[in-house]
Design a protein around this ligand. Structure first.
Ligand code: DGP
Length: 115
């Protein structure tokens, strides 16, 4: 937990969020600036700044984050229509919040472009 990290503050309950999943290790909440009908952020409770800070031993955590995304896609009813999972990394990747997160985006036809 870091005091400056907005996602740590959401996870601790200090900043309100629309939380849709919490298993004690992984938390998911709706993005405050959704770009599609479903736009959920799936984050580890432990503060990890981003992909570059992942370490050996984090394999299971990363795998579970993806499986939570799949579970939420089913719950949102977008598993058949399709969805996009995105992890932005660093300035060129467009990462604004320095706490590892996976975007689950769906509910409409997404642009073919990856940027
Ligand atoms: P990224 O660019 O990959 O770092 O995406 C960060 C996302 O986090 C962005 O889509 C907006 C979202 N976000 C930023 N601040 C908040 C917040 O306070 N609450 C929620 N729910 N989402 C936030």
């Amino acid at each position: 937990m870091t005091d400056e990290c907005v996602f740590c503050r959401i996870i601790s309950g200090e900043i309100p969020s629309n939380t849709v999943y919490d298993d004690g290790e992984i938390v998911a909440f709706r993005d405050v600036q959704p770009i599609a009908p479903t736009h959920i952020l799936i984050v580890p409770r432990r503060h990890i700044s981003g992909v570059n800070e992942l370490a050996p031993g984090d394999e299971a955590l990363v795998g579970r984050i993806v499986l939570v995304a799949r579970q939420l896609a089913q719950k949102e009813g977008i598993d058949e229509s399709g969805y996009r999972l995105v992890v932005n990394c660093g300035p060129d990747g467009g990462q604004a919040v320095m706490h590892l997160h996976l975007h689950l985006i769906g509910g409409r036809k997404l642009d073919d472009s990856l940027g």
